[in-house]
Design a protein around this ligand. Structure first.
Ligand code: PEP
Length: 252
């Protein structure tokens, strides 16, 4: 079912003590806030247990992971499985972030396997897609995003697809301070909804949550979230400051 979500991607930031301080500030702030959206925090994997303890205790935060193995279990040193995440009360997992595509060579095919593992374990994938600056400038952005979605998602059944959240994150806007305009975000979100409608049906398209990510902050969130096809945000930098993140959560 389509719902508004604000998810914070902490990436590889914060020591344990700093992470604990941030999560505790978030929980205190969110308890007092009148937000209407679901709030998801994706800390580094090492801190999932701590964040989950804080978040679940108060019931104000859902926990997300930043990555998952494409394999089920076994001799894959350093990897974390979807079943392990589930056993730590993880509800969401980011898949296909542009940093993982760029630095770790993740492909749409591999991402499809990761999503399969997550769905088997009742974890909602947050599937990231988005074009590079040169692809936007060459006018190929619809084509690029369509291919990312088609190759990683469109083999899933309508029921399976219903558990997937999509995050449109133009790569040129991530960590650059350069946000897509509200019009650019709405245009792409409407396009994504259209291709989902064409592949599945109207109901599936209407029920899909599509987040925007890329330099979304306390100042521009309201304008971005006001668009009919923007159902919230995947927030990087601004999720590391409790006050800013809470402002974004309250931007609906
Ligand atoms: C992200 O990495 O998903 C992201 C949106 O980062 P930032 O908000 O810092 O641009």
């Amino acid at each position: 079912m389509r719902k508004n979500i604000v998810a914070g991607n902490w990436k590889m930031n914060k020591t344990f003590q700093e992470a604990e301080e941030l999560i505790s500030e978030l929980v205190t702030g969110l308890e007092k806030s009148r937000h209407t959206c679901e709030v998801v925090v994706c800390p580094p994997a090492l801190y999932i247990e701590m964040a989950s303890d804080y978040g679940h205790e108060e019931g104000v935060i859902k926990i997300g992971a930043q990555n998952v193995s494409e394999y089920e279990k076994g001799a894959y040193t350093g990897e974390i499985s979807a079943a392990m995440l589930k056993s730590m009360d993880v509800d969401y997992c980011i898949v296909g972030h542009s940093e993982r595509r760029k630095y770790f060579g993740e492909t749409n095919k591999q991402l499809a396997l990761k999503i399969e593992r997550l769905l088997e374990n009742a974890i909602h994938p947050i599937y990231c897609c988005g074009e590079l600056l040169e692809e936007r400038e060459a006018g190929k952005y619809f084509e690029v995003v369509e291919k990312q979605i088609e190759e990683a998602l469109f083999h899933f059944s309508k029921e399976e697809f219903g558990n997937i959240v999509i995050a449109y994150e133009p790569v040129w806007a991530i960590g650059t301070g350069k946000t897509a305009t509200a019009e650019q975000a709405q245009e792409m979100h409407a396009f994504i909804r259209r291709i989902i409608r064409n592949k599945y049906d109207e109901e599936t398209a209407e029920n899909t949550t599509i987040l925007y990510g890329g330099s979304c902050n306390a100042k521009n969130a309201e304008e971005l979230f006001a668009n009919p096809d923007v159902d919230g945000g995947l927030i990087g930098g601004a999720s590391l400051i409790a006050e800013d993140f809470i402002k974004i959560v309250n931007s609906f």
